[in-house]
Design a protein. Structure first.
Length: 107
């Protein structure tokens, strides 16, 4: 199996907690994300929704970028944020909207 691609987030922590970065590379992105039962696009949409709902804003930025690379549209990300506002709370939606805005403006 080819080595999974790394990310800026994992590279930032690799020198401090190398095992966590290694596990992320091999298990999460090397095995879980490669399972054929869900497309990477669907996994991205699910991950963005989960991170938003949990208020994991630092990780949300990277996963919104990944979602766009995996074929999720800006309109779909916007709709997920709007939809989840009523399930995860208005503050999480407003924060996610700002994170998404920043990602959209970069790309």
């Amino acid at each position: 199996m080819p080595a999974p691609p790394t990310s800026p987030a994992r590279e930032r922590i690799r020198g401090t907690v190398p095992k966590l970065a290694e596990i992320s590379d091999k298990l999460i992105y090397g095995e879980v994300w490669e399972r054929p039962q869900l497309s990477k696009r669907d996994r991205s949409l699910i991950t963005v929704a989960a991170l938003m709902a949990m208020g994991r804003d630092a990780q949300l930025e990277g996963h919104i970028s990944r979602a766009l690379q995996n074929g999720v549209t800006k309109d779909e990300i916007s709709e997920v944020i709007t939809h989840l506002a009523f399930y995860s709370g208005w503050p999480t939606a407003m924060t996610a909207a700002l994170v998404a805005k920043g990602v959209f403006e970069k790309g």
